[in-house]
Design a binder for this molecule. Structure first.
Ligand SMILES: Cc1cc2nc3c(=O)[nH]c(=O)nc-3n(C[C@H](O)[C@H](O)[C@H](O)COP(=O)(O)OP(=O)(O)OC[C@H]3O[C@@H](n4cnc5c(N)ncnc54)[C@H](O)[C@@H]3O)c2cc1C
Ligand code: SF4
Length: 544
């Protein structure tokens, strides 16, 4: 097994291939970055991955999300966990940080989008995306170990009843998930890559996938793509935030970064590479591109669409708290089943592991309405109608044991534009703000989602809550932020071309969620992985 490479060499210590420190530098180690690192290493290139978050062993993950130091990413306050919360004027965003990116914190769910995804959006007509991506979806599923969940939990049983009530029982099915089930808690040699990968332990159904799997059962990227990339010689430098990417006079790029050496101690670094993959996720990649577009020595010729066409899965996240004390909602994997409520919409019940109750601090009763006044009136009326149920549900001691989160998603689009924020916003968001783009912004409330939540309330003896930003400000929350560096035929219609290369900047690529150019309407990681597989399949082997 390759030793962790937190101390991977920088350019001064490294053997230089040609005139560059590395053939390729990959910024970010999430889905797009990890696929790129492996496939480029396999093609014979020297690859360095730079990741702002830390490297995690299974035992390092927090036991619950009350352990803010290990769970929350807020480096200004010294919190260097895996979960980043970003509050922008038009959307609140959950995303992942660390070696393995969003895979550390995600809920393992790996669906393939419906046919509309491949036909709509800024990439429409530039390729037969459905046909071209099909083999790459298959590879992505194999690499991520996608398998149907064999263990439905309580939330899944409730969803099955709701599906029957709606006359759509045949559209309710187990999720395909990147989890090793095996024997619970029992370690087994690598079951996926002919013994080349790390060992796994069978899933214990502890429900804690979104606070980091402490059992080694979740197929995070550091156990598949990144692990194999490091075996093939890729370097992964953790705790290193990329601050600039500048073209060099004779071709290639200089990448400036800061490596964290300790609290308030940083080392400035500069690397060069013939080619660069930006894979910092939407928040990382779009922020970097926007900064470089403003910098005359950076990337001033970037497309005017940089930061535009940012979309969510048009999600609603509704917390259902139950007054019942006799059911444990937290048993199972994070997302165990999915119901296709119609051709455009899906709903999944989501769980956290026992003891994880941090989100209680952010919740207010779910109260849809067009204005703050309307929402507050609705909240007051609902509290007055069912005061005892609210009290009993709210004061149940362990939120995760007594609640299910409904994740409703649909393919209908709402757009935002990301831009650089004023100083006030920078403190919290590291520089990003949002503005309205073409069409409506992602909606905070959707009738269908509220109807599903009410059905769950009845069956669970529960009450529905949402994030305070929804109830107070009418702002939606997403864990699936996408776009901002979309595919387009030219720089007027998109930031990158169909081969993921940035228009106007040869050798600079965007391979992550910001390249997703239509709304998949379902959890996007498998799609990001498949798109990355396709993009890297277009790169010729070294020396070819
Ligand atoms: C709680 C939660 C649950 C989710 N569940 C699911 C699910 O079940 N299924 C699903 O499909 N999706 C899920 N998602 C969404 C999924 O995690 C993301 O869509 C996916 O991780 C995005 O992949 P990416 O390649 O765009 O980048 P990411 O995976 O976000 O990785 C980007 C990486 O780049 C790093 N980075 C950013 N900027 C810089 C910089 N300047 N320098 C160095 N490093 C940088 C970041 O720290 C991060 O590690 C979930 C997300 C959350 C938050
Ligand atoms: S349910 Fe628990 S053991 Fe299973 S993958 Fe999730 S965190 Fe790991």
């Amino acid at each position: 097994m390759t030793a962790p490479r937190d101390d991977a060499p920088g350019p001064s210590e490294d053997a230089a291939p040609g005139d560059f420190d590395h053939d390729w530098i990959v910024v970010g180690s999430g889905f797009g970055g990890s696929v790129s690192a492996l496939r480029l290493s396999e093609k014979g290139y020297s690859v360095l991955v730079l990741e702002q978050g830390r490297r995690w062993r299974a035992a390092d993950f927090p036991r619950t999300n009350w352990d803010l130091r290990r769970w929350l990413w807020l480096p200004l306050l010294g919190l260097r966990g895996i979960q980043r919360l970003t509050f922008l004027p038009h959307v609140s965003i959950l995303s992942g940080v660390g070696v393995g990116g969003g895979s550390l914190v995600y809920a393992n769910t790996l669906p393939v989008p419906g046919p509309e995804f491949f036909r709509l959006g800024s990439w429409a007509g530039l390729a037969d995306w459905e046909a071209e991506l099909a083999p790459h979806y298959a590879t992505a599923k194999r690499m991520l170990g996608a398998t149907p969940n064999p263990h439905p939990g309580y939330g899944d049983a409730v969803l099955a009843e709701v599906a029957r009530d709606l006359g759509r029982a045949e559209h309710h099915r187990p999720t395909e998930v990147g989890v090793w089930f095996g024997e619970p808690g029992v370690e087994t040699p690598d079951p996926y890559f002919g013994g080349e990968g790390p060992p796994r332990s069978g899933c214990t159904l502890c429900g804690a996938c979104m606070t980091g799997c402490r059992h080694g059962a979740k197929n995070t990227l550091d156990r598949n793509y990144l692990y194999l990339a490091e075996k093939r010689g890729a370097g992964v430098l953790a705790d290193t935030r990329v601050t600039a990417v500048r073209p060099l006079a004779g071709g290639g790029y200089a990448v400036e970064a800061r490596t964290r050496l300790g609290p308030f101690r940083w080392r400035r670094r500069r690397f060069t590479a013939r080619r660069v993959v930006l894979a910092g996720g939407v928040l990382g990649t779009v922020e970097l591109l926007l900064r470089m577009k403003e910098d005359p020595d950076g990337l001033p010729a970037l497309s005017p669409r940089t930061g535009d066409l940012v979309r969510t899965n048009s999600e609603a996240l509704i917390y259902l708290l139950s007054e019942r004390g006799d059911v444990d909602h937290s048993r199972g994997i994070a997302i165990g089943s999915i119901l296709h409520t119609d051709d455009h919409s899906h709903v999944e019940p989501v769980r956290y592991g026992r003891g994880s109750g941090f989100f209680r601090l952010l919740l207010l009763p779910h109260a849809p309405g067009p204005t703050l006044g309307a929402r507050l009136r609705r909240m007051a009326a609902d509290l007055a109608r069912r005061p005892l149920r609210y009290l009993r549900a709210w004061f149940r001691p362990d939120l995760a044991r007594h609640s299910t989160v409904l994740l409703y998603m649909r393919t209908l689009d709402g757009f935002l534009r990301l831009k650089l924020g004023r100083h006030g916003w920078r403190l919290w968001t590291r520089g990003l703000a949002s503005a309205l783009s073409e069409g409506p912004a992602p909606a905070a409330f959707m009738e269908e989602a509220t109807d599903l939540a009410r059905r769950f309330e009845d069956k669970m003896r529960g009450v529905a809550f949402g994030s305070f930003v929804e109830t107070l400000f009418g702002v939606s929350t997403t864990a699936h932020i996408l776009g901002g560096a979309c595919i387009g035929a030219d720089r007027e219609s998109g930031v990158i071309g169909p081969d993921h290369q940035v228009h106007g900047y040869e050798g600079l690529y965007v391979v992550d969620g910001s390249a997703v150019s239509a709304n998949p309407g379902v959890n996007p990681s498998l799609t990001i992985t498949a798109m990355a597989e396709r993009a890297m399949s277009l790169v010729p082997p070294k020396g070819a």
